[in-house]
Design a binder for this molecule. Structure first.
Ligand SMILES: CC(C)(COP(=O)(O)OP(=O)(O)OC[C@H]1O[C@@H](n2cnc3c(N)ncnc32)[C@H](O)[C@@H]1OP(=O)(O)O)[C@@H](O)C(=O)NCCC(=O)NCCS
Length: 186
């Protein structure tokens, strides 16, 4: 799929749902268009973490305005010392005026459809604890283990947010054990 092309409609997409588009880029201006230019639109500043930008971007426009986004980034992780890769999901955002209409579900479904073609067997995201039930509703599972992530200055810290995973293939099962991300979080 090339950039700025409609993403393939997800199998779960309701008829008449707005189109999800693969975005060729996603800037802070684009994010501001969705969430406004507030100090801490994701509510994670307290965690004091440095985050990686995402590499692939999916968006929904309504009347020409970008109103929803989800980003993807392939990441190396180790689970109980066993190296693997995951599709990191981040930057999930829906404009305040159009929340509760299924746009996060829609844009995530398109991002995960693409993630399924990339090889890794799971997607992984970090979220604030109040969002765990929302992501569970969308088929994600919280991990009940510490997750270590890298930070600038060769530091490795325990992720203070919740970590959630979802299988990208029917036969994928997240293995038990300690999780270490070999990068900044996304
Ligand atoms: C989090 C956010 C992306 C959700 O967007 P949204 O478009 O309102 O979400 P949706 O309407 O697609 O809802 C997704 C599902 O979660 C469900 N849901 C919403 N709140 C829920 C809750 N508290 N408990 C359980 N399920 C919940 C919805 O009912 C829906 O399920 P359904 O389609 O089966 O009805 C949006 O509130 C946002 O942008 N917040 C600010 C930025 C942010 O914090 N992003 C998350 C980064 S991890």
């Amino acid at each position: 799929m090339s950039a700025n092309q409609p993403a393939t409609p997800s199998a779960n997409e309701p008829p008449g749902a707005p189109a999800v588009t693969r975005l060729s880029r996603y800037t802070t201006t684009d994010q501001d268009e969705i969430l406004g230019s507030g100090e801490d639109p994701f509510g994670v500043a307290e965690a004091g973490l440095t985050w990686l930008p995402k590499e692939e971007h999916f968006g929904v426009r309504l009347d020409g305005r970008l109103v929803a986004h989800a980003g993807l980034l392939r990441l190396s992780v180790a689970v109980e010392g066993e190296k693997t890769e995951v599709m990191g999901v981040g930057g999930v955002a829906v404009a305040p005026g159009v929340r509760g209409r299924g746009l996060a579900r829609l844009v995530l479904a398109a991002a995960l459809d693409h993630a399924r073609t990339q090889g890794p067997r799971h997607a992984l995201l970090f979220c604030r604890p109040p969002l765990v039930p929302l992501y569970q509703r969308l088929g994600w599972h919280p991990l009940d283990t510490d997750v270590l992530v890298e930070q600038p200055g060769s530091r490795v810290v325990t992720m203070p947010l919740r970590t959630m995973v979802t299988p990208l293939h029917d036969d994928a099962h997240w293995p038990p054990g300690r999780v270490r991300l070999h990068s900044l979080p996304m």
